[in-house]
Write a protein that binds this ligand. Structure first.
Ligand code: SAH
Ligand code: DHB
Ligand code: MG
Length: 239
């Protein structure tokens, strides 16, 4: 029996709304945050310090932070690599998911961002777990591969978007079967659906999505996420 096509034409629910409702999305994000992400003085101080140091407010959202934390917990991660530190907000979420003898390496190009992140991680009591490595992330990853660095359990890609496909290739060389690779900003307001996105960040994210979707070494999905804008993350597992 065919499915009744009328079933999908109902207009009295939110799933079938023809346009994206920013205000509703923000309310849903706040609702989820109020339920699942209690306010936390360490994380609030992290953001306040990053603002005071003039860093751009482009850290992951609280709900995304909780999602990263949970992914690391579910993966039973002991070793995490982060590409793009900023003030160490996502770093804090990820480092908190690790055991006390766990290790997190986070790669940051900007010395000013790195100094701010180190201060924040020290204040959070995470300096023994999380190390900020200053330099171009591609160079740092190549150096780790060269040095025979042990594979990571989870790798979070969140630096320059045009570099995402390169970071994916390097991340795979720092992975083992079961490693989880997560990438932020893979939807960019839907701009990744353009055939050739004008915006270089959207173009980089689009190339990343295409790469993980077609890579036979990975099983992957992308999830839309809402806050002030619509964006999303990609999650992959190395086969
Ligand atoms: N993960 C952070 C946000 C990172 S923002 C959080 O959610 O809290 C992106 C960061 O990547 C910026 O700090 C930027 O300086 C850094 N970055 C940009 N290009 C880079 C590169 N080539 N190598 C390393 N870091 C880079
Ligand atoms: C932006 C957001 C991000 O999460 C990021 O990593 C880089 C840039 C932005 O909205 O510009
Ligand atoms: Mg990001």
């Amino acid at each position: 029996m065919r499915t009744d096509p009328g079933r999908f034409r109902q207009v009295d629910n939110h799933l079938s709304m023809p346009t994206f409702d920013d205000q509703l999305a923000q309310k849903i994000d706040s609702y989820i945050e109020s339920l699942f992400v209690p306010s936390d003085p360490i994380l609030s101080a992290n953001i306040a310090n990053a603002d005071a140091a003039g860093l751009p407010p482009i850290n992951v959202s609280p709900n995304q932070g909780k999602l990263l934390y949970l992914l690391a917990r579910i993966a039973d991660a002991r070793r995490v690599l982060e590409i793009g530190t900023l003030g160490g907000y996502s770093t804090t979420w990820l480092a908190r998911a690790l055991p006390t003898d766990g290790r997190l390496i986070t790669l940051e190009f900007s010395p000013v961002h790195a100094v701010t992140a180190r201060k924040n991680l020290t204040a959070a009591g995470l300096a023994g777990i999380a190390e900020v490595v200053v330099g171009d992330a591609g160079d740092s990853m190549n150096a780790m591969i060269e040095a025979g660095e042990a594979p990571f359990d989870l790798i979070f890609i969140d630096a320059d978007k045009p570099g995402y496909v390169k970071y994916l290739g390097l991340a795979l060389r720092l992975s083992r079967p079961g490693t989880v690779i997560v990438a932020d900003n893979v939807i960019r307001g839907g701009a990744v659906m353009d055939e050739s996105p004008q915006d270089l960040n959207a173009a980089g994210a689009k190339a990343y999505n295409t790469a993980v979707a077609s890579d036979v070494r990975l099983e992957s999905i992308a999830l839309p996420l809402f806050r002030d804008k619509i964006d999303g993350i990609a999650i992959s597992r190395v086969k």
